[in-house]
Design a protein around this ligand. Structure first.
Ligand code: NAD
Length: 309
């Protein structure tokens, strides 16, 4: 089994990949080569293992022997699926393996926005004692309505954590969830407009596909409560960032926690960076060692199963 890992690696990550791989797999790291040697390594690869690097047509053309592309994560929006399909290359991801990490980041961003954590950290370290300044705009999760847009693995995992804080769960999805999970977190299915009007907290957990591009734009921000906070841990293109900046600047909504961006990395002068009520993180939803171990094990299990036929 000739496996090439496409994304950049650092020593600890390389060791984790080598520890997780099946014995019979030969694993090469594309980032360690360039030019003709890289092309030759790609041309011999049977399996491509990748995370966030773009797998477009020009790259797929360099992979004549690849039979399977294995994403270490969920979103396959960075892979040219049509081109892979045309060449009979299968593609799979690691469903559920990163749900805990993204769910925990979602709750962290909500709590940090509700308790003005970043603002207060900066002020306190600057010698400003803002003990009272933010009390009337700080909140508890308990008793709030948490609206989920997308209720798959990550949405459901997040709902379990959120429920633990005493929120009411409502969700919108193209598919209604199982009655088991609806009962477990006492979730109510509703239409998108209704969710936008009712929710105090809105978190996004849908894939980026043509139907979800700019799913939240001016019209949707107009429907939200002025006290609402929005968490995007899904994909940047799902939120119209310019419209979100406008909504924040006129107080249509109260704040946002953004882990994913329309262009990654975003420019230093990104319109959302001007707001204290925006918390920005660099696409780290699944960025924990615990997640990585689960994801790599699942990815190599998939590759081994395909090899076994
Ligand atoms: P999932 O497939 O389990 O759930 C996605 C849900 O979205 C499904 O229930 C599906 O029915 C629903 N959906 C699809 N199209 C829809 C539409 N047009 N309108 C409403 N609902 C729709 O995936 P998941 O594991 O929960 O992951 C969700 C997304 O989170 C991924 O696609 C990925 O973009 C993102 N993600 C981000 C990070 C990060 O680091 N921030 C990490 C992992 C995943």
């Amino acid at each position: 089994m000739n496996v090439v890992y496409l994304d950049p690696v650092f020593p600890e990550m390389k060791k984790m990949l080598l520890d997780a791989k099946p014995q019979q797999a030969e694993l090469k790291f594309a980032a360690e080569y360039e030019g003709e040697i890289l092309d030759s390594i790609l041309s011999e690869a049977e399996y491509l293992l990748m995370a966030t690097e773009k797998v477009d047509r020009s790259l797929i053309e360099k992979l004549p022997r690849v039979k399977h592309i294995q994403k270490t994560g969920i979103g396959v929006d960075n892979i040219d699926l049509q081109e892979a399909d045309k060449r009979e290359i299968t593609v799979s991801n690691t469903p559920g393996a990163n749900a805990t990490g993204v769910a925990e980041l979602t709750i962290l961003l909500i709590l940090a926005l509700y308790r003005k954590l970043i603002v207060l950290d900066k002020a306190t370290k600057n010698g400003e004692w803002q003990m009272w300044e933010h009390r009337l705009s700080s909140y508890e999760l308990s008793g709030k309505v948490h609206g989920f847009i997308g209720f798959g693995n990550i949405g459901q995992e997040t709902a379990k954590l959120s429920k633990g804080f005493g929120t009411e769960i409502i969700y919108y999805d193209v598919l209604q969830a199982s009655s088991e999970i609806e009962m477990e977190v006492d979730a109510t299915y509703c239409q998108l407009d209704e969710l936008l009007k009712k929710a105090d907290i809105i978190s996004l957990h849908v894939p980026l596909i043509p139907q979800t591009r700019h799913l939240l734009s001016e019209k949707e921000f107009d429907l939200m409560k002025s006290s609402a906070v929005l968490i995007n841990v899904s994909r940047g293109g799902i939120v119209n960032e310019d419209e979100l900046a406008r909504a924040l600047s006129v107080g249509k909504i109260a704040g946002a926690g953004i882990d994913v961006w329309e262009g990654e990395p975003p420019n230093a002068n990104h319109p959302l960076f001007q707001f204290d009520q925006v918390i920005a993180t660099p696409h780290i939803g699944a960025g924990t060692k615990d997640t990585l171990i689960r994801v790599l094990n699942m990815a190599f299990d998939n590759i081994s199963s395909i090899e076994k036929g």
